[in-house]
Design a protein around this ligand. Structure first.
Ligand code: ADP
Length: 419
């Protein structure tokens, strides 16, 4: 079954075309056929499409073309996928694509697993706009656009970033503010990156041959956005992102945890509106805010190592220290774990940042293996702690698109998809 996976942002659409079925899932041999991204939708958009060759290499094509909205962008993707120019094996018409899987950021309290999209599910995703005004409207644009391009007959599936965290107990998801605000406005922790954390626990259990119930790990997703998840018995027990993705770890441009009284103080001192304060916390803080240089960890590590830049070093220090504190608190919440697992662009690639985070955790039982840590980059998965380390450290590259494709397959076939 060929599945188109779509991730629609405010001015971009990312896609992957994945061939999967029950046997391929079982054997972990599902195939990525093509992938790409369209950026700057609404103006002269940048299109970057790639086809995966049989030997695993890709051939890419780039162009700039005016695309007025998400519908036009998706139409462009569809036309390319079926074109002789792309020449994707087995794909010559729209009917060769069995279903479309959408990444949807917020599913609120009701949408707790991946679902076949019908009018009722669309209404429920619309109901969550209030909770995710920056994200859900973009995801919906993708769903509407597919309806338009395929004429309403396409099978579409929504896979929610929040769903994996629906198992959080009330004492972990409630904020200590008057209870009526939870009742009235659904203000609570939801958590995000759920597709990634679920994938990481799934791969870990596959690699070690464990039953889901026996997976007790801390999954640390470090990309542009960063979050950490305490996974006990294979289920999310707690996670650092909150009602929105702004809470928790230090991120590329987001502050993560902050004293809420700072908001009013900052508004008063700088003459900002609340919206401006929120924008500072979302877009000008984190690694970028502290370093004054960049939100890109690769550049920051280079500045710290090659130029001994004080603020770059400080940004990495604050970043790693926050993660350390969360690891400690989650080990307490879980009554211990067997491993911490790094994923996301930083977690998968930066041995430097991983060693900053894990240094000084010997008391907790982590004994790192420097050579393994250095050698584990660029898509490699494996253990980076010493054999016999009481708490292990692992790297498992995430693959959210694969999870979305598999969930889409299962929903279309009427199979139960894991939450
Ligand atoms: P997104 O969250 O947008 O999917 P990624 O997971 O791709 O982002 O992560 C992007 C981050 O990973 C950037 O900060 C980038 O600098 C960082 N990164 C990628 N490779 C390296 C590397 N070799 N060393 C340090 N950071 C890296």
């Amino acid at each position: 079954m060929n599945i188109l996976v779509l991730n629609c942002g405010s001015s971009s659409v990312k896609f992957q075309l994945i061939n999967t079925d029950a046997q391929l899932i079982e054997q972990n041999t599902d195939k990525r056929l093509a992938y790409g991204v369209i950026e700057r939708i609404g103006g002269p958009a940048l299109v970057n499409f790639s086809v995966v060759n049989t030997d695993g290499t890709s051939r890419s094509q780039r162009e700039a073309v005016p695309l007025r909205d998400h519908s036009a962008a998706i139409e462009k993707i569809m036309q390319w996928i079926i074109s002789p120019e792309a020449n994707i094996p087995g794909i010559t018409s729209y009917t060769d694509i069995a279903a479309i899987g959408h990444r949807v950021v917020h599913g609120g309290e009701e949408l707790t697993k991946s679902m076949l999209i019908d009018d009722e599910v669309i209404r429920q995703i619309e109901d969550c706009i209030d909770l995710a005004p920056l994200h859900n409207p973009q995801n919906l644009k993708g769903i509407y656009a597919i309806k338009k391009v395929f004429g309403g007959t396409a099978k579409q599936v929504a896979v929610f970033d929040t769903a994996f965290h629906h198992t959080l107990p009330d004492y972990a998801y409630l904020y200590a503010i008057p209870y009526q605000f939870y009742r009235r406005h659904k203000i609570r922790r939801y958590g995000f990156h759920g597709v990634s954390h679920r994938y990481v626990q799934f791969r870990y259990r596959t690699l070690l041959g464990l039953e889901r119930e026996n997976v007790n790990v801390i999954s640390i997703h470090l990309g542009n956005g960063c979050s950490i998840c305490a996974i006990k018995g294979g289920r999310s027990l707690d996670t650092s992102m909150g009602m929105t993705p702004l809470e928790g770890l230090v991120m590329g441009t987001r502050s993560g945890d902050i004293d809420p009284a700072i908001l009013e103080h900052l508004a008063h001192k700088e003459g900002y509106s609340m919206a401006e304060v929120e924008s500072v916390l979302n877009k000008q803080s984190g690694l970028l805010g502290i370093s004054g240089l960049t939100n890109d960890m690769r550049e920051l590590v280079a500045e710290a190592v090659e130029n001994d830049d004080r603020r770059a070093k400080l940004a990495i220090e604050v970043f790693a220290y926050r993660i350390k504190k969360y690891i400690g608190s989650y080990l307490a919440a879980m009554n211990g774990a067997s491993a911490i697992i790094f994923t996301g662009g930083i977690g998968e690639n930066s041995d430097y940042v991983r060693s900053k985070i894990t240094s000084g955790l010997e008391w907790m039982g982590i004994q790192m293996n420097g050579e393994r840590n250095k050698a584990t980059t660029r898509g490699k998965e494996g253990k980076i702690s010493e054999d016999g380390s009481r708490l292990e450290a692992w790297v498992i590259p995430t693959n959210e698109e694969l999870m979305i494709a598999r969930d889409t397959f299962r929903c279309v076939m009427g199979l139960e998809s894991p939450r």
